[in-house]
Design a protein around this ligand. Structure first.
Ligand code: PBG
Length: 324
């Protein structure tokens, strides 16, 4: 044998030199669930260790993450049912607590990167990402609402906006609205290939945002499809997107690899709530070792071609592992 791959695995120093993929806190984005009020830290039952936080608590959490090297945050609002309506009016209201929280976080931590969520579902009395009429999700009727939401978020200091709604043409509509309002520097991280997945359950519990009727299959992608992700990526790119995202992550590593191979834009993956919950549950049962399984999982996303990993384990990785 003149080829012995084991030679490159002999010691930790040798393994470090031969290591192809690396992961550090700079690659990670920590999701945060915000709720109106003060001194609220309300654990999400289906996602242990994650909380709905009022802004004072969020500031503490952001500070702790920043000290560990996690500097990017994706924020979601848990909105009171009484503020929801068909038009998601509260999403761009002047007194919106989520927008005010972003201003406060940016004032305290100007170097933090804040990523928003652009979709109607947290604010919609129908619980859908778009405008509903007679049971149908109306694409073009939704776009002006998303554009208003986008401009309000840019005004509130968000660095990057995250359209998660899957309406056609939303990136272009948002880009035009942002540029017209003078926000040429505000980025867009599009949920390019977002699948109609069963793995969003704990997130919908956190926001109480599940659809009141029907499902999201007329706008989110069919989990059976892969080439369609290239169509979505081409459209987002033409429309001026800054990052392409695949969501969920682990069951869609092939889609991540495909977009990485076909685009020069940075690729993000959303390691979603259900994917994290599965691992937490197995570890809580003593079936898996968290300190080994969690980093291996995140590393697999990097190996598949992910530049930016959105994961509920961001802070924990930085705290317990640091860098791989
Ligand atoms: C809503 C949105 C969802 C997630 C992010 N933005 C849920 C959905 O589409 O129903 C899911 C994230 C997660 O499960 O962690 N537009």
């Amino acid at each position: 044998m003149n080829r012995r791959p084991r030679r490159n695995r002999q010691s930790s120093a040798i393994r470090a030199m031969a290591q192809e993929t690396h992961l550090n806190p700079g690659h990670l984005v920590q999701p945060l669930f915000l709720v109106d009020g003060n001194n609220i830290k309300d654990e999400i039952a289906s996602l242990p260790g994650n909380y709905r936080l009022s802004v004072d608590q969020v500031l503490t959490e952001v500070e702790a993450c920043m000290e560990l090297g996690v500097q990017s945050f994706i924020m979601f609002p848990a909105v009171a049912e009484s503020l929801k309506d068909k038009e998601a009016t509260y999403s761009h209201a002047a007194d919106n607590f989520y927008l005010k929280a972003a201003l406060e976080i940016k004032a305290r931590f100007p170097e933090a990167c804040l990523i928003s969520d652009v979709a109607m579902d947290p604010y919609s009395s129908d619980g859908h990402d778009g405008y509903v009429e007679n049971g149908k999700i109306l694409n073009d009727r939704t776009l002006p609402i998303l554009s208003k939401m986008a401009v309000a978020q840019a005004e509130s200091g968000f660095d990057i906006l995250g359209p998660s709604d899957m309406m056609d043409g939303r990136v272009g509509a948002m880009r035009r609205a942002l540029d017209e309002a003078g926000f040429t520097e505000t980025g867009i991280m599009s949920y390019t290939a977002k699948y109609a997945s069963a793995f969003y359950g704990p997130f919908r519990d956190a926001l109480d945002s599940a659809p009141k009727a029907g499902d999201k299959k007329t706008y989110q992608m069919n989990p059976a499809n892969k080439k369609e992700a290239l169509i979505e990526a081409a459209l987002d790119t033409e429309e001026g997107v800054d990052y392409l995202m695949v969501k969920p992550a682990l069951n869609y590593l092939d889609v991540i690899a495909l977009l990485k191979a076909n685009s020069n834009l940075p690729i993000a993956a959303y390691h979603v709530s259900g994917e994290c919950a599965m691992l937490i549950a197995a570890c809580q049962n003593g079936w898996l070792d968290y300190d080994k399984a969690m980093p291996e999982t995140l590393l697999s996303l990097r190996r598949a071609g992910t530049d930016v990993i959105i994961t509920y384990f961001a802070k924990d990785f930085a705290k317990r592992v640091g860098t791989i």
